[in-house]
Design a protein around this ligand. Structure first.
Ligand SMILES: NC(=O)c1ccc[n+]([C@@H]2O[C@H](COP(=O)([O-])OP(=O)(O)OC[C@H]3O[C@@H](n4cnc5c(N)ncnc54)[C@H](OP(=O)(O)O)[C@@H]3O)[C@@H](O)[C@H]2O)c1
Length: 339
């Protein structure tokens, strides 16, 4: 079979225990499927890598069922229709959806979440539709504006200030807040400060990161946009002001523990200081995506919102890239570009 007739797919063979282990995935080569009635065949162009990929591999409590064993690894992607029996998806049209870790995906029927056709004229480059204008940007937008609601002059802390966090921090800046980011390297802290206009940045790998965080927040913290959990969340909790808001967006430090990670030891601070904590799952906001997308695109066009991506070449590199994400090797949104 020629390469054009082969579909490479990553299948989940085992459930990981602990941190993500690439050996739970197997790259298989299968004949290219033909679209059935009402189906279209999509050539995947970009694949989004997300911390939630690890959650979806396990059987801990989640907002979506785990990837079935021997099923194709779940992942959001963008692609182009190459064969079609579905008038909604003509050949040549671009689509976005949970296309999976594979070269080609069948869409139109039997999908967990229906794929959507993209407009012919796009307001931003394709990768941004998985970044600042995709689930990543939507998470930042609704988390910061619906839950965090920063006011002018307030202090906002964003932990794991990467894909979601870098957008969340910039939105807080647009709202007039003072923004402090936490990241895992000196280079990323420089990027937050120089490129994105954060007011302060703390390197979580510095031995004195707690002291750095406290001195970066002389007036306490009014909004904690929480992406990490664990000791970082505990350190931010110590600094929370009365009536602060905690946006519980993610707890990446505990994803290797399948939902059994311990909560913060200083949780009672929330009671004593009258603090509101609210989580979000971005899928719940889908009906408002169009309006949010208009805002995000407007900010991007005016240069108020910058979208950074780390793009890895080749489907076969996806597992190693996901390992790298849990080591903090990506800056901004991590994508895989397929051949
Ligand atoms: N609630 C929702 O609907 C929703 C949607 C999307 C994402 N999220 C959550 O948002 C968070 C960020 O996701 P993202 O897509 O923006 O990821 P990301 O920034 O692309 O990558 C995750 C970053 O987290 C940091 N990190 C990794 N392991 C860590 C650990 N053990 N302790 C502290 N930091 C660690 C690393 O950066 P550094 O090394 O620079 O710290 C890494 O680059 C995640 O918790 C994710 O689950 C939630």
């Amino acid at each position: 079979m020629s390469p054009e007739q082969i579909n490479r797919r990553f299948l989940l063979r085992r459930r990981p225990s602990g941190d993500f282990d690439p050996s739970v995935l197997e790259l298989v080569r299968e004949p290219l499927p033909s679209p059935g009635p009402d189906q279209a065949l999509v050539r995947v162009k970009y694949l989004s890598l997300d911390p939630s990929n690890r959650i979806w591999m396990g059987e801990g409590e989640s907002y979506i069922p785990p990837v079935p064993l021997d099923g194709v690894m779940r992942g959001a992607g963008i692609g182009q229709v190459v064969a079609s029996n579905n008038r909604k998806f003509p050949v040549g049209s671009k689509v976005i959806g949970l296309l999976g870790w594979q070269d080609y995906a069948l869409i139109g029927t039997g999908e967990e979440f229906p794929s959507q056709r993209l407009p012919a004229l796009l307001p931003v480059p394709l990768p941004s539709l998985l970044g600042a204008m995709g689930f990543t940007g939507m998470t930042a937008y609704f988390g910061m504006l619906d839950i965090g609601r920063p006011r002018r002059g307030e202090t906002v802390v964003v932990s794991a200030a990467g894909a979601v966090g870098s957008i969340a921090g910039q939105i807080a800046k647009i709202r007039g807040a003072r923004v402090v980011g936490i990241a895992g390297s000196r280079e990323k802290c420089e990027w937050l400060l120089r490129e994105l206009g954060f007011d302060a940045a703390v390197n979580r790998r510095d031995p004195d990161w707690r002291a750095q965080l406290a001195s970066a927040c002389p007036n306490g913290v009014d909004v904690d946009f929480e992406n990490v959990g664990g000791e970082i969340m505990e350190a931010v909790f110590e600094l929370l002001n009365h009536h602060a808001r905690v946006v519980l967006c993610g707890m990446i430090a505990g994803y290797g523990e399948d939902g059994t990670a311990r909560g913060p030891r200083n949780f009672s601070i929330l009671l004593m200081r009258r603090i509101r904590l609210q989580s979000l799952i971005v899928l719940d906001y889908q009906r408002r995506f169009t309006l949010a997308g208009m805002h995000l695109a407007w900010w991007m066009r005016r240069g108020k919102l910058k979208d950074q991506q780390t793009v890895v070449q080749g489907l076969e590199r996806a597992p190693a890239a996901l390992v790298g994400m849990f080591k903090g090797e990506n800056t901004g949104k991590l994508l895989v570009e397929l051949g």
